[in-house]
Design a protein around this ligand. Structure first.
Ligand code: NAD
Length: 358
Protein backbone atom coordinates (compact mmCIF):
# COMPACT_ATOMS: atom_id res chain seq x y z
CA UNK A 1 0.00 0.00 0.00
CA UNK A 2 1.24 3.51 -0.76
CA UNK A 3 2.02 5.98 2.03
CA UNK A 4 0.12 8.70 0.19
CA UNK A 5 -2.64 10.29 2.30
CA UNK A 6 -5.99 8.68 1.57
CA UNK A 7 -8.57 11.32 0.66
CA UNK A 8 -12.23 10.46 0.22
CA UNK A 9 -13.75 12.79 -2.38
CA UNK A 10 -17.49 13.44 -2.08
CA UNK A 11 -18.29 15.69 -5.07
CA UNK A 12 -22.05 15.59 -4.36
CA UNK A 13 -24.57 17.42 -6.55
CA UNK A 14 -24.95 20.53 -8.71
CA UNK A 15 -21.59 22.28 -9.15
CA UNK A 16 -20.01 19.90 -6.60
CA UNK A 17 -18.39 17.57 -9.19
CA UNK A 18 -16.98 20.54 -11.17
CA UNK A 19 -15.31 22.23 -8.20
CA UNK A 20 -14.04 19.03 -6.59
CA UNK A 21 -12.47 17.92 -9.90
CA UNK A 22 -10.73 21.30 -10.09
CA UNK A 23 -9.42 21.00 -6.50
CA UNK A 24 -8.18 17.47 -7.24
CA UNK A 25 -6.01 18.87 -10.04
CA UNK A 26 -4.42 21.27 -7.58
CA UNK A 27 -3.73 18.55 -5.02
CA UNK A 28 -2.24 16.29 -7.70
CA UNK A 29 0.16 19.08 -8.60
CA UNK A 30 1.26 19.37 -4.97
CA UNK A 31 1.99 15.73 -4.23
CA UNK A 32 0.81 12.17 -4.20
CA UNK A 33 -2.65 11.46 -2.82
CA UNK A 34 -4.70 8.31 -2.87
CA UNK A 35 -8.16 9.55 -3.95
CA UNK A 36 -11.29 7.51 -3.32
CA UNK A 37 -14.33 9.12 -4.97
CA UNK A 38 -17.76 8.23 -3.55
CA UNK A 39 -21.42 9.20 -3.83
CA UNK A 40 -23.08 11.30 -1.12
CA UNK A 41 -26.18 13.51 -1.21
CA UNK A 42 -28.78 13.53 -3.98
CA UNK A 43 -26.62 11.41 -6.29
CA UNK A 44 -26.49 8.71 -3.59
CA UNK A 45 -30.26 8.89 -3.12
CA UNK A 46 -30.63 8.23 -6.87
CA UNK A 47 -28.22 5.29 -6.78
CA UNK A 48 -28.92 3.74 -3.37
CA UNK A 49 -32.07 5.34 -1.94
CA UNK A 50 -30.16 7.01 0.93
CA UNK A 51 -27.96 10.12 1.06
CA UNK A 52 -25.10 8.32 2.83
CA UNK A 53 -24.52 4.58 2.73
CA UNK A 54 -22.79 2.71 5.55
CA UNK A 55 -20.05 1.80 3.11
CA UNK A 56 -19.29 5.43 2.25
CA UNK A 57 -19.34 6.42 5.92
CA UNK A 58 -16.91 3.59 6.70
CA UNK A 59 -14.60 4.76 3.87
CA UNK A 60 -14.67 8.30 5.31
CA UNK A 61 -13.89 7.08 8.82
CA UNK A 62 -10.94 5.08 7.55
CA UNK A 63 -9.53 7.91 5.44
CA UNK A 64 -7.02 10.63 6.36
CA UNK A 65 -9.41 13.40 5.29
CA UNK A 66 -12.65 13.98 3.39
CA UNK A 67 -13.11 16.69 0.76
CA UNK A 68 -16.74 17.52 -0.03
CA UNK A 69 -18.26 19.64 -2.81
CA UNK A 70 -21.91 20.38 -2.01
CA UNK A 71 -25.17 18.48 -1.90
CA UNK A 72 -28.81 19.15 -2.77
CA UNK A 73 -30.90 20.58 -5.54
CA UNK A 74 -34.52 20.95 -6.69
CA UNK A 75 -34.66 17.32 -7.83
CA UNK A 76 -34.59 16.16 -4.21
CA UNK A 77 -36.64 18.98 -2.63
CA UNK A 78 -39.60 17.37 -0.94
CA UNK A 79 -42.18 18.06 1.73
CA UNK A 80 -42.65 14.33 2.41
CA UNK A 81 -41.12 13.85 5.90
CA UNK A 82 -40.31 10.21 5.10
CA UNK A 83 -38.50 10.83 1.80
CA UNK A 84 -34.67 10.82 1.93
CA UNK A 85 -33.03 14.26 1.72
CA UNK A 86 -29.48 15.11 0.60
CA UNK A 87 -28.58 17.03 3.79
CA UNK A 88 -29.17 13.86 5.81
CA UNK A 89 -25.85 12.77 4.35
CA UNK A 90 -24.10 15.78 5.92
CA UNK A 91 -25.68 15.16 9.32
CA UNK A 92 -24.81 11.46 9.07
CA UNK A 93 -21.19 12.32 8.30
CA UNK A 94 -20.92 14.76 11.21
CA UNK A 95 -22.34 12.21 13.62
CA UNK A 96 -20.60 9.15 12.18
CA UNK A 97 -17.19 10.84 12.00
CA UNK A 98 -17.54 12.42 15.49
CA UNK A 99 -17.04 15.95 14.15
CA UNK A 100 -17.54 18.42 16.99
CA UNK A 101 -15.64 21.52 15.86
CA UNK A 102 -16.48 23.69 12.88
CA UNK A 103 -13.75 26.03 11.66
CA UNK A 104 -14.51 28.94 9.36
CA UNK A 105 -11.68 31.25 8.44
CA UNK A 106 -12.50 34.75 7.24
CA UNK A 107 -9.62 36.25 5.33
CA UNK A 108 -10.84 38.47 2.52
CA UNK A 109 -8.41 38.41 -0.34
CA UNK A 110 -6.83 41.90 -0.59
CA UNK A 111 -8.08 42.16 -4.19
CA UNK A 112 -11.69 41.59 -3.08
CA UNK A 113 -11.99 43.92 -0.07
CA UNK A 114 -14.22 46.12 -2.24
CA UNK A 115 -16.88 43.34 -2.21
CA UNK A 116 -17.27 43.59 1.58
CA UNK A 117 -20.33 45.39 2.94
CA UNK A 118 -17.87 47.10 5.35
CA UNK A 119 -15.78 50.10 4.42
CA UNK A 120 -12.37 49.13 3.07
CA UNK A 121 -10.42 50.59 6.00
CA UNK A 122 -12.44 48.47 8.44
CA UNK A 123 -12.15 45.13 6.63
CA UNK A 124 -8.53 45.51 5.45
CA UNK A 125 -6.18 43.17 7.31
CA UNK A 126 -8.96 40.89 8.62
CA UNK A 127 -7.74 37.33 9.11
CA UNK A 128 -9.84 35.53 11.71
CA UNK A 129 -11.08 32.03 12.42
CA UNK A 130 -14.40 31.14 14.03
CA UNK A 131 -14.31 27.83 15.93
CA UNK A 132 -17.85 26.68 16.70
CA UNK A 133 -18.85 23.77 18.94
CA UNK A 134 -21.11 21.51 16.86
CA UNK A 135 -22.62 18.78 19.00
CA UNK A 136 -23.86 20.34 22.26
CA UNK A 137 -25.85 23.26 23.63
CA UNK A 138 -29.43 24.28 23.03
CA UNK A 139 -29.75 22.49 19.65
CA UNK A 140 -29.32 19.10 21.31
CA UNK A 141 -30.83 19.64 24.80
CA UNK A 142 -34.28 18.60 25.93
CA UNK A 143 -37.05 20.57 24.20
CA UNK A 144 -40.79 20.39 24.26
CA UNK A 145 -44.23 21.98 24.52
CA UNK A 146 -46.40 22.14 27.57
CA UNK A 147 -49.77 23.72 26.74
CA UNK A 148 -49.06 27.25 25.62
CA UNK A 149 -45.41 27.26 26.68
CA UNK A 150 -42.31 25.72 25.13
CA UNK A 151 -38.74 25.11 26.26
CA UNK A 152 -35.30 24.37 24.79
CA UNK A 153 -32.57 23.39 27.23
CA UNK A 154 -28.93 24.39 26.90
CA UNK A 155 -26.50 21.92 28.45
CA UNK A 156 -22.72 21.65 28.30
CA UNK A 157 -20.36 19.32 30.11
CA UNK A 158 -16.83 20.18 31.18
CA UNK A 159 -15.48 17.55 28.76
CA UNK A 160 -17.35 19.06 25.79
CA UNK A 161 -16.05 22.55 26.57
CA UNK A 162 -12.53 21.34 27.20
CA UNK A 163 -12.14 19.59 23.84
CA UNK A 164 -13.48 22.53 21.76
CA UNK A 165 -11.27 24.93 23.77
CA UNK A 166 -8.26 22.78 22.89
CA UNK A 167 -9.26 22.86 19.22
CA UNK A 168 -9.30 26.66 19.43
CA UNK A 169 -5.94 27.02 21.20
CA UNK A 170 -4.28 24.54 18.87
CA UNK A 171 -5.70 26.27 15.80
CA UNK A 172 -4.34 29.59 17.14
CA UNK A 173 -0.89 28.06 17.59
CA UNK A 174 -0.98 26.54 14.10
CA UNK A 175 -2.05 29.81 12.51
CA UNK A 176 0.78 31.69 14.20
CA UNK A 177 3.19 28.96 13.08
CA UNK A 178 6.10 30.36 15.10
CA UNK A 179 5.82 33.68 13.21
CA UNK A 180 5.86 37.16 14.70
CA UNK A 181 2.25 37.57 15.86
CA UNK A 182 1.17 36.37 19.32
CA UNK A 183 -1.70 33.95 18.85
CA UNK A 184 -4.92 35.01 20.60
CA UNK A 185 -8.12 33.18 21.44
CA UNK A 186 -11.29 35.15 22.12
CA UNK A 187 -13.80 33.00 23.97
CA UNK A 188 -17.39 34.16 23.42
CA UNK A 189 -20.15 33.47 25.96
CA UNK A 190 -22.99 35.10 27.91
CA UNK A 191 -21.50 34.57 31.36
CA UNK A 192 -23.39 37.53 32.87
CA UNK A 193 -26.66 35.59 32.39
CA UNK A 194 -26.19 31.89 31.61
CA UNK A 195 -24.84 29.18 33.92
CA UNK A 196 -23.56 27.12 30.94
CA UNK A 197 -21.57 30.23 29.94
CA UNK A 198 -20.09 30.55 33.44
CA UNK A 199 -18.94 26.93 33.23
CA UNK A 200 -17.67 27.64 29.69
CA UNK A 201 -15.59 30.61 30.87
CA UNK A 202 -14.18 28.66 33.81
CA UNK A 203 -13.15 25.64 31.71
CA UNK A 204 -11.68 27.69 28.83
CA UNK A 205 -9.64 29.65 31.41
CA UNK A 206 -8.30 26.42 32.86
CA UNK A 207 -7.42 24.95 29.44
CA UNK A 208 -5.57 28.19 28.59
CA UNK A 209 -2.90 27.39 31.17
CA UNK A 210 -1.79 24.48 28.93
CA UNK A 211 -1.11 26.99 26.12
CA UNK A 212 1.07 29.67 27.72
CA UNK A 213 2.06 31.14 24.35
CA UNK A 214 -1.57 31.94 23.44
CA UNK A 215 -3.34 35.01 24.84
CA UNK A 216 -6.93 34.54 25.99
CA UNK A 217 -9.69 37.09 26.32
CA UNK A 218 -13.42 36.73 26.95
CA UNK A 219 -16.22 38.61 25.21
CA UNK A 220 -19.97 38.57 25.79
CA UNK A 221 -21.76 37.43 22.65
CA UNK A 222 -23.66 40.70 22.12
CA UNK A 223 -20.40 42.63 22.32
CA UNK A 224 -18.71 40.11 19.98
CA UNK A 225 -21.44 40.62 17.36
CA UNK A 226 -20.73 44.38 17.43
CA UNK A 227 -16.94 44.08 17.46
CA UNK A 228 -17.03 41.78 14.43
CA UNK A 229 -18.38 44.58 12.28
CA UNK A 230 -16.58 47.47 13.96
CA UNK A 231 -13.03 46.05 14.27
CA UNK A 232 -12.84 42.62 12.56
CA UNK A 233 -9.10 42.93 11.90
CA UNK A 234 -8.37 42.73 15.64
CA UNK A 235 -9.66 39.16 16.05
CA UNK A 236 -7.50 36.07 15.70
CA UNK A 237 -9.37 32.90 16.82
CA UNK A 238 -12.93 33.08 18.19
CA UNK A 239 -14.10 30.03 20.14
CA UNK A 240 -17.75 29.68 21.01
CA UNK A 241 -20.65 27.34 21.70
CA UNK A 242 -23.09 25.97 19.14
CA UNK A 243 -25.87 28.60 18.97
CA UNK A 244 -23.60 31.65 19.32
CA UNK A 245 -21.22 30.08 16.77
CA UNK A 246 -24.02 29.45 14.30
CA UNK A 247 -24.89 33.14 14.29
CA UNK A 248 -21.37 34.60 14.55
CA UNK A 249 -19.95 32.37 11.82
CA UNK A 250 -22.62 33.57 9.37
CA UNK A 251 -22.06 37.17 10.43
CA UNK A 252 -18.30 36.71 9.85
CA UNK A 253 -18.91 35.04 6.50
CA UNK A 254 -20.78 38.12 5.28
CA UNK A 255 -17.75 40.29 6.09
CA UNK A 256 -16.14 39.14 2.84
CA UNK A 257 -19.21 39.61 0.65
CA UNK A 258 -18.15 36.65 -1.54
CA UNK A 259 -19.88 33.32 -0.90
CA UNK A 260 -17.79 31.58 -3.55
CA UNK A 261 -14.62 32.28 -1.54
CA UNK A 262 -15.40 30.76 1.86
CA UNK A 263 -13.95 27.44 3.02
CA UNK A 264 -14.73 25.44 6.15
CA UNK A 265 -13.50 22.46 8.12
CA UNK A 266 -15.19 20.17 10.62
CA UNK A 267 -12.86 18.33 12.97
CA UNK A 268 -13.17 15.54 15.53
CA UNK A 269 -10.71 13.95 17.92
CA UNK A 270 -6.99 14.45 17.28
CA UNK A 271 -5.80 12.04 14.62
CA UNK A 272 -9.33 11.32 13.30
CA UNK A 273 -10.16 12.46 9.76
CA UNK A 274 -11.79 15.86 9.27
CA UNK A 275 -14.33 17.03 6.70
CA UNK A 276 -13.40 19.97 4.46
CA UNK A 277 -15.94 21.78 2.29
CA UNK A 278 -16.87 25.15 0.83
CA UNK A 279 -19.52 27.11 2.77
CA UNK A 280 -21.69 27.62 -0.33
CA UNK A 281 -24.29 25.15 -1.61
CA UNK A 282 -24.62 23.19 -4.85
CA UNK A 283 -25.65 26.25 -6.94
CA UNK A 284 -28.04 24.28 -9.19
CA UNK A 285 -28.75 27.49 -11.16
CA UNK A 286 -25.27 27.38 -12.73
CA UNK A 287 -24.44 23.65 -12.58
CA UNK A 288 -22.94 22.19 -15.76
CA UNK A 289 -22.16 25.59 -17.30
CA UNK A 290 -18.44 25.57 -16.48
CA UNK A 291 -18.66 28.89 -14.64
CA UNK A 292 -18.63 27.79 -10.97
CA UNK A 293 -16.10 29.56 -8.78
CA UNK A 294 -13.72 26.83 -7.53
CA UNK A 295 -11.82 29.08 -5.09
CA UNK A 296 -13.76 28.20 -1.91
CA UNK A 297 -13.03 24.55 -2.65
CA UNK A 298 -9.35 25.33 -3.29
CA UNK A 299 -9.23 27.12 0.08
CA UNK A 300 -11.02 24.13 1.67
CA UNK A 301 -8.30 21.88 0.22
CA UNK A 302 -5.78 24.28 1.80
CA UNK A 303 -7.53 23.85 5.16
CA UNK A 304 -7.36 20.09 4.65
CA UNK A 305 -3.62 20.32 4.07
CA UNK A 306 -3.09 22.54 7.13
CA UNK A 307 -5.55 21.14 9.70
CA UNK A 308 -6.01 17.59 8.42
CA UNK A 309 -2.71 16.51 6.91
CA UNK A 310 -0.11 18.65 8.69
CA UNK A 311 1.15 20.28 5.48
CA UNK A 312 0.97 24.03 6.23
CA UNK A 313 3.49 24.89 3.50
CA UNK A 314 1.26 23.44 0.78
CA UNK A 315 -1.75 25.19 2.33
CA UNK A 316 0.02 28.55 2.13
CA UNK A 317 1.04 27.83 -1.43
CA UNK A 318 -2.62 27.45 -2.47
CA UNK A 319 -3.74 30.50 -0.48
CA UNK A 320 -1.11 32.79 -1.92
CA UNK A 321 -1.67 31.47 -5.47
CA UNK A 322 -5.38 32.36 -5.07
CA UNK A 323 -4.45 35.86 -3.84
CA UNK A 324 -2.08 36.47 -6.75
CA UNK A 325 -4.57 35.31 -9.38
CA UNK A 326 -7.24 37.62 -7.93
CA UNK A 327 -4.73 40.44 -7.70
CA UNK A 328 -4.13 40.03 -11.44
CA UNK A 329 -7.83 40.64 -12.02
CA UNK A 330 -9.08 37.13 -12.86
CA UNK A 331 -12.73 36.75 -11.83
CA UNK A 332 -15.37 34.05 -12.20
CA UNK A 333 -18.78 35.61 -13.02
CA UNK A 334 -19.93 35.59 -9.36
CA UNK A 335 -16.96 37.82 -8.42
CA UNK A 336 -16.96 40.05 -11.50
CA UNK A 337 -18.11 43.65 -11.42
CA UNK A 338 -20.40 44.76 -14.26
CA UNK A 339 -17.52 45.98 -16.44
CA UNK A 340 -15.13 43.05 -15.71
CA UNK A 341 -14.61 40.23 -18.19
CA UNK A 342 -14.91 36.91 -16.43
CA UNK A 343 -13.41 33.46 -16.83
CA UNK A 344 -14.83 29.98 -16.26
CA UNK A 345 -13.87 27.22 -13.81
CA UNK A 346 -11.19 25.72 -16.07
CA UNK A 347 -9.38 28.99 -16.76
CA UNK A 348 -9.45 29.95 -13.07
CA UNK A 349 -8.11 26.51 -12.14
CA UNK A 350 -5.34 26.73 -14.71
CA UNK A 351 -4.32 30.18 -13.51
CA UNK A 352 -4.07 29.01 -9.88
CA UNK A 353 -2.21 25.85 -10.97
CA UNK A 354 0.33 27.91 -12.90
CA UNK A 355 0.80 30.18 -9.90
CA UNK A 356 1.44 27.34 -7.44
CA UNK A 357 5.05 26.96 -8.45
CA UNK A 358 5.68 30.44 -9.84
P1 NAD B 1 -26.08 28.17 -2.95
O1 NAD B 1 -24.92 28.52 -2.10
O2 NAD B 1 -26.00 26.89 -3.67
O3 NAD B 1 -26.29 29.32 -4.05
C1 NAD B 1 -26.59 30.68 -3.72
C2 NAD B 1 -26.19 31.59 -4.90
O4 NAD B 1 -24.76 31.68 -4.94
C3 NAD B 1 -26.60 31.03 -6.26
O5 NAD B 1 -26.95 32.10 -7.11
C4 NAD B 1 -25.37 30.34 -6.77
O6 NAD B 1 -25.28 30.30 -8.18
C5 NAD B 1 -24.25 31.19 -6.17
N1 NAD B 1 -23.07 30.38 -5.88
C6 NAD B 1 -22.88 29.55 -4.81
N2 NAD B 1 -21.67 28.97 -4.89
C7 NAD B 1 -21.10 29.43 -6.01
C8 NAD B 1 -19.85 29.18 -6.65
N3 NAD B 1 -18.94 28.36 -6.13
N4 NAD B 1 -19.59 29.81 -7.82
C9 NAD B 1 -20.46 30.67 -8.35
N5 NAD B 1 -21.66 30.95 -7.79
C10 NAD B 1 -21.97 30.33 -6.64
O7 NAD B 1 -27.36 28.25 -2.01
P2 NAD B 1 -28.88 27.88 -2.34
O8 NAD B 1 -29.22 28.32 -3.74
O9 NAD B 1 -29.65 28.39 -1.20
O10 NAD B 1 -28.93 26.29 -2.30
C11 NAD B 1 -28.84 25.44 -3.44
C12 NAD B 1 -28.82 23.99 -2.96
O11 NAD B 1 -27.62 23.78 -2.17
C13 NAD B 1 -29.98 23.63 -2.05
O12 NAD B 1 -30.41 22.32 -2.38
C14 NAD B 1 -29.39 23.67 -0.66
O13 NAD B 1 -30.05 22.80 0.23
C15 NAD B 1 -27.99 23.20 -0.93
N6 NAD B 1 -26.98 23.61 0.07
C16 NAD B 1 -26.00 22.71 0.34
C17 NAD B 1 -25.00 23.04 1.22
C18 NAD B 1 -23.90 22.02 1.46
O14 NAD B 1 -23.79 21.07 0.71
N7 NAD B 1 -23.07 22.20 2.46
C19 NAD B 1 -24.95 24.30 1.81
C20 NAD B 1 -25.94 25.23 1.50
C21 NAD B 1 -26.96 24.87 0.61
Amino acid sequence: MSDAPRIVLLPGDGIGPEIVAAATQLLEALGEFDFDERLMGGCSIDAHGVALTDEVLAACRESDAVLLGAVGGPKWDTTDPDAPRPEQGLLGLRKGMGLYANLRPVRPSPALVGASPLREERIAGTDLLVVRELTGGIYFGDSGRDGDSAHDTCEYSTAEIERIARTGFEAAQRRAGGGSHTPRVTSVDKANVLETSRLWREVVGRVASDYPGVELDHLLVDNAAMQLVSRPAEFDVIVTENLFGDILSDESAMLTGSLGMLPSASLGEAGAPGLFEPVHGSAPDIAGQGIANPLATFLSAAMMLRHGLGRPGDAERIESAVDVVLERGLRTPDLAAADDTSVGTDAMTEAVLNQLFA
